[in-house]
Design a protein around this ligand. Structure first.
Ligand code: DAH
Length: 344
């Protein structure tokens, strides 16, 4: 066995090594359990005692030398990789690097507008009331003083249900429809609550009509109703002015026009001035018609102090939102286009 040959071969080999993986292979080949050095020690057992001693000593020296080769190379390689920034110690966190932005969800502009409107009325003492989206003809029209064959019923194109079953426990029910307005909540509330009262009823309404930039087949309304012994149109005007000021956070210009709704007398329509100077109708309102009080089982009076009086209004939340957020087309609110929604 030529130990010098082995040493020279190992030396030559280690000098050529430039990566840790080859250094590892080198270790296995020469210094591993079944490596060449181990084989030498293995073969000693067949030798005579004198020879065993002599070669054993040489083999020990050889082993140390090859270990030395390996250790030197391993240090060299580790230092090199450290300088190149690949080593373990180079893995530190650079706190000056810009972070990765985590996408946060947020509320839809319609929800924002609705929440804000509800909040403002709540601070003025209005309580939230609710009613069903699937309504009966009685609550949506009859009780609101919209006579059966009156053209007023055509003002709001209705989605009628084919099913004309009467709704359980509702004696006054008739044909079923998707509510065209939140006004039926007025009746439902007054049937079960005694005035004085101040409520708002937020909700979705449905109209069977073509959509355009200002109209949708479904949209949101906020109904309001205040009933007391002495409530006049000036109270309504003051409350609405205050509401608009707080909602738009500016002294937005508004105008009150005479209008017609069967459930109010007199009736008004309220417009606000958009940033481009055009007027936009946002609300219908008026003094509650005595027939509406009667339908709800209350005693009405046009004279102050003798019976109940009140004002009611229905504001279009979609309209409020497009004016507040300067949106050109109401349909954008329903298209779920992230490029649009992410701006809020
Ligand atoms: N319900 C009406 C509509 O949808 C709006 C409205 C007008 C509501 C006058 C009212 C009101 O409460 O008094 O067009």
């Amino acid at each position: 066995m030529d130990l010098t040959e082995l040493k020279n071969r190992a030396k030559e080999e280690i000098e050529k090594i430039v990566d840790l993986k080859s250094a590892d292979d080198f270790f296995k080949k020469y210094l591993g359990k079944k490596g060449e050095v181990a084989q030498i020690f293995d073969s000693l057992k067949d030798l005579a005692i004198e020879e065993k001693k002599a070669i054993g000593q040489e083999a020990n020296i050889l082993k140390k030398e090859i270990e030395e080769f390996f250790n030197t190379k391993a240090d060299e390689l580790k230092n090199a990789s450290k300088q190149a920034g690949l080593g373990h110690k180079a893995e530190k966190i650079d706190i000056t690097r810009p972070g990765q932005k985590i996408q946060r969800g947020h509320l839809h502009p319609l929800t924002l507008a609705m929440n804000e409107a509800c909040c403002i009325f709540q601070t003025m003492g209005f309580e939230i009331a609710q009613g069903p989206e699937l309504e009966t003809e009685w609550y949506n029209f009859d009780a609101l003083n919209v006579p059966k064959d009156h053209p007023a019923r055509d003002m709001q194109d209705t989605f009628w249900l084919k099913d004309t079953r009467t709704v359980k426990n509702e004696i006054k029910s008739s044909k079923l429809l998707m509510r065209t307005q939140t006004s039926p909540v007025q009746i439902r509330y007054m049937e079960s609550h005694q005035p004085p009262l101040r409520i708002i009823a937020p909700g979705r309404v449905f109209r069977n009509e073509a959509t355009d930039a200002k109209h949708g087949a479904q949209f949101y309304q906020l109904e309001g109703l205040m009933v007391d012994k002495e409530v006049a149109a000036c109270n309504f005007k003051a409350i609405i002015e205050e509401f608009l000021k707080r909602f738009f956070k500016t002294n937005i210009e508004m105008r009150l026009r005479p209008g017609f709704f069967p459930f109010t007398e007199p009736s008004f329509e309220i417009d606000v001035k958009r940033p481009d100077g055009r007027w936009m109708e946002i609300m219908g309102a008026g003094m509650v018609h005595p027939n509406v009080f009667r339908a709800a089982g209350l005693n009405a009076s046009v004279k102050p102090g003798l019976g109940w009086q009140g004002f009611a209004f229905g504001v279009g939340i979609d309209r409020l939102a497009i004016v507040k957020y300067k949106i050109s087309d109401i349909r954008l609110l329903y298209q779920n286009d992230l490029r649009f929604l992410q701006q809020f």
